[in-house]
Design a protein around this ligand. Structure first.
Ligand code: HEM
Length: 209
């Protein structure tokens, strides 16, 4: 067997193993959270801690999703792109849990209060806008829709760049004290966007057309 053929041989199993790691890495912290809630281990303000935990998980999954394509290209490891879909869908699931915890536990599903918060607090509006885009991306990830949308699918999924900026901005404005952590996430996001600048400019050109 040639060297390149044997090199390619381990790539597929590695990509599948990484896919399993993505599922476990996204699911196990949720199981831990479930146990921690049941055992009352979320501290003095469990609702705040829950929203914090789910928000941090969402932003990490978002950044990981953005990392996949440039990494696959740099490593000449196309199979790595298989991780994009599960990471994106898990990111949406975590964002939905984060959003739902706020709706149900913080505001008690009081719709007038929810409407008021959306209008009054810009960081909530930013998070909500990011979630709405993630919802559209998750729905259009269904294989049947993906095929039907053709080129428009890529155009729509370029909105992930906007989601990352909205999410970092939302994080920045949501914290009441200490700016270092959100600044680090913002810097990572900007570095990833810079790394993907060629794809971003292609996306902008396709939108103009
Ligand atoms: C892509 C979507 C989103 C991401 C990545 C995200 C991420 C985050 C992060 C990292 C935090 C900071 C956690 C902390 O330090 O406590 C946070 C806080 C928060 N987020 Fe989100 N979020 C998203 C969407 C939303 C949505 C849709 C809502 C509700 C409409 C929301 C409501 C909140 C609230 C209420 C806080 C807590 C602020 C506080 O400490 O008082 N988020 N989010």
């Amino acid at each position: 067997m040639s060297r390149s053929a044997s090199g390619a041989a381990w790539r597929k199993p590695l990509a599948i193993t990484l896919q399993v790691c993505v599922h476990l890495g996204a699911l196990l912290p949720l199981l831990w959270l479930f146990v921690a809630i049941n055992q009352g281990r979320l501290g003095g303000d469990p609702v705040k801690e829950l929203i914090h935990y789910l928000g941090m998980g969402t932003i990490r999954l978002l950044l990981l999703t953005l990392l996949v394509s440039p990494l696959a290209k740099s490593l000449h490891f196309g199979q790595l792109n298989r991780l994009r879909r599960p990471l994106g869908l898990w990111c949406f699931a975590w964002a939905t849990l984060h959003f739902s915890a706020w709706l149900a536990l913080d505001l008690g599903l009081d719709w007038s209060l929810i409407g008021g918060e959306l209008v009054k607090r810009t960081y909530i509006l930013l998070g909500f806008s990011a979630w709405l885009i993630l919802l559209a991306l998750a729905i259009t990830s269904l294989p049947a829709l993906l095929r039907k949308m053709g080129r428009n699918w890529k155009k729509l999924h370029g909105l992930l760049y906007i989601v990352v900026l909205l999410a970092c901005w939302h994080f920045w404005w949501s914290v009441k004290s200490g700016w270092i952590e959100p600044a680090i996430y913002f810097a990572i996001a900007l570095a990833l966007l810079l790394w993907r600048r060629a794809s971003i400019s292609r996306w902008i050109t396709s939108l103009r057309r």
